[in-house]
Every structure is written in structure tokens, then in C-alpha cells.
Write a protein that binds this ligand. Structure first.
Ligand code: 4NP
Length: 173
């Protein structure tokens, strides 16, 4: 097996980069930190749209995250770029519309870099593919975003830990 190129870089992408992808970013980073893998895994997030560039996550997102022990206050919104496909190993879309938008960029870029995937392919319920956009809804939507991000990041971390372990084993003689 090929030795792993470290660090493994993960980018979460939603529409505005102020609700769903910063939540996944903060939750996954906390899990990576707890697993003592911050030297081996880089985490970032971005939006397909430029509506909220430079802004901190939505106050409702920050409040729901803080209630569960995640501090998202240092994150700032940015837009996804073609260069992200050269930089990251995983480009993970929060919903199917984000996936279509990312796929169009990837195809326009001659399919260079990782093919975008749905984040919730790493989730616990194969029927649930999208993290629904909570922006125009009530508080339950923000709690659901946290629930789904916690579920998806557990599966994603387990997947990455398997990759790291396989590559570690491959390095031994
Ligand atoms: P996000 O949520 O994509 O999860 O960051 C949204 C944020 C802002 C808007 C839509 C969705 N907006 O229309 O401004």
C-alpha cells in the first residue's frame, strides 16, 4: 500500500459557509483534536456562494454549537475556489445542490483533484443524504445540523483513522 501523504486535508462546503459547513468544520476539528490527530489532519470549510464573505458563523449556529461545547467564533466565511481541488484530499458537500455546484467546478477543472462527495456518505443513516439548510427556518433546524454533523464526523473520523492505520502498517518492514 502507498504511504499516506500527510496531512490529510478535509474541506466541508455548504452554500453560505455560515451555518452547516462551519458546524461540520468545528465538530470535526474537535474530534480530530480529541483523537490527537491535529498534526495529521487539516480541516477547513467554504461556501459555494459569496454572500457572507469574512463573516463569523450565524449567531444561531454558534449558539447551538456552544451549547454542545464547540467554539465556532474564530471561523470566517470564504468561497470555495478551483485551487481548493489541488489543496484538499476530501471535498465534502453538505447537500445535493452543493454537490452539483462543486461537481460543475471539478468538471470545469478537467476533473483534477478529489471528486466531490456528500458529507453524509459517512453518516449513520444511509437514507439521510443531505444536511438541510437551516438559514430560513427555526431552532430545530440548527439542532438537526449539529446532530447530523456529529453523526457524519464520527464516520468520517473512523474512515480517516483506518486510512492512517493502513498506511502506518504499510510503512513497517
Ligand atoms: P449555509 O446556510 O449554507 O449552511 O451557510 C445558509 C446561509 C446563508 C444563506 C443561505 C444558506 N443565504 O441565503 O444568505
Amino acid at each position: 500500500m502507498e504511504t499516506e501523504q500527510l496531512p490529510i486535508k478535509v474541506l466541508f462546503v455548504c452554500l453560505g459557509n455560515i451555518c452547516r459547513s462551519p458546524t461540520a468544520h468545528g465538530v470535526f476539528f474537535a474530534r480530530v483534536d480529541a483523537a490527537e490527530l491535529i498534526d495529521q489532519v487539516v480541516v477547513d470549510s467554504a461556501g459555494t456562494a459569496a454572500y457572507h464573505l469574512g463573516k463569523a458563523p450565524d449567531h444561531r449556529t454558534q449558539a447551538e454549537a456552544a451549547a454542545r461545547g464547540y467554539d465556532l467564533s474564530g471561523l470566517r466565511a470564504r468561497q470555495v475556489t478551483m485551487a481548493d481541488f489541488s489543496e484538499f484530499d476530501y471535498v465534502l458537500a453538505m447537500d445535493n445542490q452543493n454537490l452539483q455546484d462543486l461537481r460543475a467546478m471539478w468538471v470545469a477543472n478537467d476533473r483534477q483533484g478529489p471528486e466531490p462527495q456528500l458529507f453524509l456518505r459517512y453518516g449513520t443513516d444511509p437514507e439521510v443524504r443531505d444536511v438541510p439548510d437551516p438559514y430560513y427556518g427555526g431552532p430545530a433546524g440548527f439542532a438537526q445540523v449539529l446532530d447530523l454533523c456529529e453523526q457524519g464526523t464520527s464516520g468520517l473520523l473512523a474512515h480517516i483513522q483506518r486510512r492512517l492505520k493502513a498506511s502506518d502498517g504499510a510503512g513497517q518492514t
